[in-house]
Design a protein around this ligand. Sequence first.
Ligand SMILES: [Zn+2]
Length: 302
Amino acid sequence: MTRSSGSGGKVWWAELLPWEFKQRLAECPVAYLPLGLCEPHGQIAALGLDTIKAEWLCEQAARQAGGIVAPTMGYHIHESGYHARWLEDTVGEHNPHMTGMPPHVYLHFFLYQLRALVHAGFKAIFVISGHSGGNQFDLRRAAAAFTRLSSVPVYVASDPELVTGQYEGDHAGKYEISQLMYLRPELVDLARDHLHDIDEAGGALAIGDNAREASAELGEHIMQACLRQLIQEVERVPLGQDKPARSMMTYEMIEGLWQQLWQERADWVTSQPHEDQLPVTPGSQWKQAERALHQLFGSGER
Ligand SMILES: [Zn+2]
């Protein structure tokens, strides 16, 4: 399989003409799906940090290893389960200006996203999530079920997982703020640091303790290491499967997968608080999302 960059340097599905899409697909039938969201990263950084790094990794990988970048998913699992107490602790009762979704809505949609990619002709899918902390396990559960049915390999990783053992991921700390300083320096404004202490401005908004140690140089090392690992994974994926991939997946097939996932909902990482977390304070805006599945669907509490 030749994996060339071809097609006038364009790698985004949304920018390709049909013949260019067909050409890139024939050269390398790999799709990248960037996942991110808007959520607070302190007063000093843009809300879309997670989205921006996922898009960059997908775009760079497509340029270097071939393939096409699918439209970004800018909403992600948040608020529910373990997120709830974390939000109470780091955001409190302020408005996080966040694009969070509950897991059951997100995972159901995710299966249909994968279906759309297979229907478009892709033979391997790389899902890169800039938002991490647990959702990637649920995405992998859904992806594995999808692969069993479709024979299309789906690789899911959050960016810190790409650099395990080299760098430790965080939330809006030295790791993440460095990433944004490298990718989009104009979207970091350290002069807004003083707003952390001002309630009317929204407070600390989930800033990490060591954010002040961030640097563009560290961000470059982190992002380039993530990219190297992603490209290695792309080069490793078998595109000539033993079993031919399904080219048509019906709604019925996806709904069957969804029923199977739904049966496993008590095991979803994003649906429950961590065992060592304190409960959310009654009256907090985050209380309703603490035990999402228990409240919405009557599954048992742990
Ligand atoms: Zn982040």
